[in-house]
Design a protein around this ligand. Structure first.
Ligand SMILES: Cc1cc2nc3c(=O)[nH]c(=O)nc-3n(C[C@H](O)[C@H](O)[C@H](O)COP(=O)(O)O)c2cc1C
Length: 343
């Protein structure tokens, strides 16, 4: 099979490509569109277009797609869309063109036949594109296009799917948002995949949204991503040895000087709430986490204070190791009627 990359022609080379192609080969058929999420409607359409000659597919670049379809599109960037199309047997060549209008690409490629979906007619073709087609005397053909296959319809169907993290037996009367709580489980196996700095920042932002006694917000966060540091950390926290395979570990620390009444208890409560917020946010990002106990084990507290050169008032309380999960666990609550005392 021809390397798909060889079928991709840059917009700058389009005219030269057309020139060298000559006229002895089959008729040149051109169609244009976004072709964002390939589906069977696209494939049927492209196959039928290819029966008319050698098919060149011109696709809108990312900026042009956004102009046409809105800020959430494209889903796949132009180079990926081009590669997918070029991998198809029906497609002879692909070219990414700038902007939302294909008239320039059509003028450069000078197709014998121009193909568009059956949802168009001559009157509804883009006027600029139509003018160029008339000028180069291209035959215009319309191929029926099944609307229910459109990328937009596909995205709507995906959006309507039940949340993958909502347990199947989720009681109808409960808000599925609560599933975020019950699906948080300790994850101790991770994929070798990074978590971006932006995501880590978002997670800690969620932590800082926690309630805090007299709003003292007595927390500080140490974020460990460096591999050598992870190994050092695992030595200090042997019950969390798996953290070396996780993308990062956030060490939630408390500032005893800032805590309400400089109370250790208030500091621990505030930091625990921040840690739980972080773990729920991790779950919301479809990542996995596990809590690693530090406080009140004094040898761990001291070792971490030394490792990160923390001042004495900054007390490491717990680690949260996180990353892309490599294991799945059943959602659950440890609900026990016995623990309820009604008055
Ligand atoms: C304060 C605290 C410290 C913990 N320390 C560790 C730890 O060092 N290593 C570990 O594997 N899990 C640790 N865990 C996770 C618990 O084992 C886990 O939350 C518990 O078994 C319940 O399972 P779940 O998180 O899946 O609901 C810790 C949890 C808490 C709250």
């Amino acid at each position: 099979m021809l390397n798909p990359q060889e079928k991709i022609i840059s917009f700058e080379n389009l005219a030269a490509w057309r020139e060298t192609r000559g006229s002895e080969v089959g008729k040149l058929v051109l169609t244009n569109g976004v072709f964002d999420l390939l589906h069977s409607g696209h494939l049927q359409y492209l196959y039928e277009a290819s029966l008319l000659g050698d098919l060149l597919v011109c696709i809108n670049d990312d900026a042009g797609t956004t102009q046409l379809k809105g800020s959430t599109r494209p889903v796949h960037k132009a180079e990926d869309r081009a590669f997918m199309l070029a991998s198809l047997q029906a497609v002879s060549a692909v070219c990414v063109f700038p902007g939302h209008n294909a008239s320039e690409a059509i003028a450069l490629a000078r197709p014998d036949i121009y193909v568009k979906g059956g949802d168009y007619c001559e009157g509804s073709l883009d006027r600029k594109e139509y003018a160029v087609l008339k000028k180069i005397n291209a035959t215009i053909k319309f191929i029926p296009f099944v609307e229910s296959y459109s990328t937009t319809a596909l995205i709507e169907r995906i959006k309507a799917l039940p949340d993958a993290k909502t347990p199947a037996d989720w009681p109808k009367q409960l808000d599925p948002a609560l599933a975020m709580l019950y699906t948080r489980r300790s994850i101790r196996k991770f994929c070798d995949k990074a978590v971006s700095q932006d995501t880590l920042r978002e997670l800690i932002k969620a932590g800082m949204a926690a309630p805090s006694a007299r709003a003292r917000n007595p927390w500080e966060f140490v974020i460990v991503q460096d591999q050598a540091r992870k190994h050092e950390l695992a030595e200090i926290l042997p019950a969390g040895a798996f953290l070396v395979d996780a993308a990062a570990t956030i060490i939630v620390c408390g500032d005893i000087d800032k805590a309400n009444d400089q109370s250790e208890s208030f500091m621990l409560q505030d930091c625990s709430l921040a840690a739980q917020n972080i773990m729920l946010a991790i779950n919301a990002f479809r990542l996995g986490s596990c809590c690693l106990g530090i406080h009140p084990r004094q040898e761990r507290v001291t070792a971490l204070q030394n490792m990160f050169k923390l001042p004495k008032n900054i007390i490491p309380i717990m680690g949260i190791t996180l990353g892309w999960p490599a294991e799945q666990k059943e959602p659950r609550s440890n609900f026990s009627e016995k623990a309820l005392h009604w008055y």
